[in-house]
Design a protein around this ligand. Sequence first.
Ligand SMILES: [Zn+2]
Ligand SMILES: [Zn+2]
Length: 352
Amino acid sequence: MRACVLTEYGEPLSIRSVDDPSPTPDGVVVRVEACGICRSDWHAWQGHGEWADDRVSRGQILGHEPAGTVVETGERVHAYEVGDRVAVPFNLGDGSCPRCLSGHGNRCVDGSALGFSSDAPGAFAERVHVPHAEYNLLALPDGVDPVDVAALGCRFMTAYHALAHRVSPEPGSWVAVHGCGGVGLSALSVARAAGHRTVAVDIREEALALAGDVGATVTVDATAECVVDRIHEVTGEGADVSLDALGRAETCRNSVRCVRPGGTHVQVGLTTDAERGEVSLPTDWMTRWEVSFVGSRGMPPTRYDELFGLVESGAVSPETLVTREVALDDVSDRLAAMTDYGTVGVEVVTTF
Ligand SMILES: [Zn+2]
Ligand SMILES: [Zn+2]
């Protein structure tokens, strides 16, 4: 099959022919019909994550936001069969440890990350293998299109888990979102669907326009005004919840500083090689005002039905974030465009 392989950090990815995957006894093979391109792919391509022992190895097939159709099943898989339409979360659990069994599969220590771990080749390929399929696979509801699902994961599910499970603001709360890329725009739509008021922050006009399209109450251009002052002015005493969807020192600190006393900052974006995994924070101020710092990553596979319910009811529309459908051969160019924040919304590979 054709697959998109990371051969050297920052160099064009190699489109090459590799062996088709075959299923482990509890795994399945999925024919990929759509796979979103994400800033996490860009981080992997840049060789980031070394500081957290999380650098993707050369030789990895990237791609972690797939949807498609089951084409082969392992002998112990009974819940899925050939022809089933499925989505695959990137955070794959082993399905059997205490964390997986208690509903926190995204924290599985023995799990793997699709398209990042060397034991989980990714989905910028014609086919992808899903281990522990009965735990990890998600059956697509009728009428939900693979392209929409590729737009859902990982950004939408990450945003949903952050705002529905890691923090649960009261309806009507003020939610600030720093960085209006895929995950930021998703967070704005999730927050709107939950009845919150939102402030969207970015430095790009097109991104702020898209934020307006998904229902941001107020948009703030960080090149033109002081983000923290403006959010305090808009919200009265600060945001109830603020989310850093980008992962730069400045967006992280702005997000912490813009919350109200007793408010919560949620970190979703991973840092770049400028921060190398560490950002200094106003800890005395956070202590004085009892501000919480919460980390959030992916979403447990066991909670996808909540998100599919929102899509089916029309409360959120991930397809509105899709700005471009591309071919496997274009992935390198699209990742390169992310270096200068040259992509807007969500781009999805649909031609393999
Ligand atoms: Zn586990
Ligand atoms: Zn992603």
